[in-house]
Ligand binder design. Structure first.
Ligand SMILES: [Zn+2]
Length: 231
């Protein structure tokens, strides 16, 4: 005799899901953020237009098919809190949950129709060992679940552990990241539309360097998605 027991249900009774930002109890329908907080978060809705403040960062630099960020990063404490928790406090579920919410929106959008696979921007192995995980992997995993596209953490490799970008000028940042990424097996990406994902986009130098490595492979198209954009 077999007994079917729903552990997910039991877990949600013992640990009810909490809002990512205000920590109130939420229903599973609310997808990680309570309705009240969700209305307050600064969404970009960039996915609705191919020409937006994200994609225009790459004009004259590299061809980007479509680019969107879920939220504006600047001046919003809740968004900052979520990113900080994801990057520095081991709250990997934040990345996955935002990925699932964002993926649902991108799936409905024709600009993202042709995406074949999702690739997170890799960390250098020393940084990843320090942190224990790559925050972009979490976001990629969530996106993958709701977009119905595979994600791969080992298709791209970071060969150089770059120093922090925050105190550098734009030209120093571009110099800092050029030629640091490598595609492990170019055959796997040939002719594919890649959705490249990262946590936050600032100047776009890291995403640009990563996209450059991909775009050397014949027939590739690159789109981009991040949790937040600093403007
Ligand atoms: Zn809330």
């Amino acid at each position: 005799m077999s007994v079917n027991f729903d552990f997910t249900k039991l877990t949600s009774i013992i640990y009810p899901p909490l809002c990512l930002t205000c920590k109130c109890k939420i229903s599973s329908k609310e997808q990680g953020i309570c309705l009240e907080c969700d209305h307050k978060l600064p969404r970009t809705n960039f996915q609705n237009s191919k020409e937006n403040k994200f994609s225009e960062r790459f004009w004259g630099r590299i061809p980007v098919h479509t680019a969107s960020a879920m939220y504006y990063f600047n001046g919003n404490e809740s968004v900052k809190k979520m990113i900080h928790g994801l990057k520095y406090q081991g709250k990997t579920d934040i990345g996955e949950r935002i990925g699932r919410i964002f993926g649902k929106r991108l799936r409905k959008n024709s600009n993202f129709d042709g995406v074949d696979m999702i690739l997170p921007v890799p960390l250098h192995w020393t940084r990843q060992r320090e942190r224990g995980y790559n925050q972009s992997d979490c976001f990629a995993k969530g996106l993958s679940e709701s977009m119905g596209r595979n994600w791969h953490r080992d298709y791209l490799k970071r060969n150089k552990n770059t120093t922090s970008q925050t105190k550098k000028s734009i030209s120093e940042r571009i110099e800092n990241v050029s030629n640091i990424f490598e595609v492990v097996d170019p055959k796997l990406l040939q002719g594919k539309h890649i959705l490249l994902v990262d946590d936050v986009v600032t100047t776009g130098a890291t995403l640009e360097a990563c996209a450059e490595a991909i775009l050397k492979i014949p027939g590739t198209t690159v789109s981009m998605a991040t949790i937040a954009i600093a403007v």
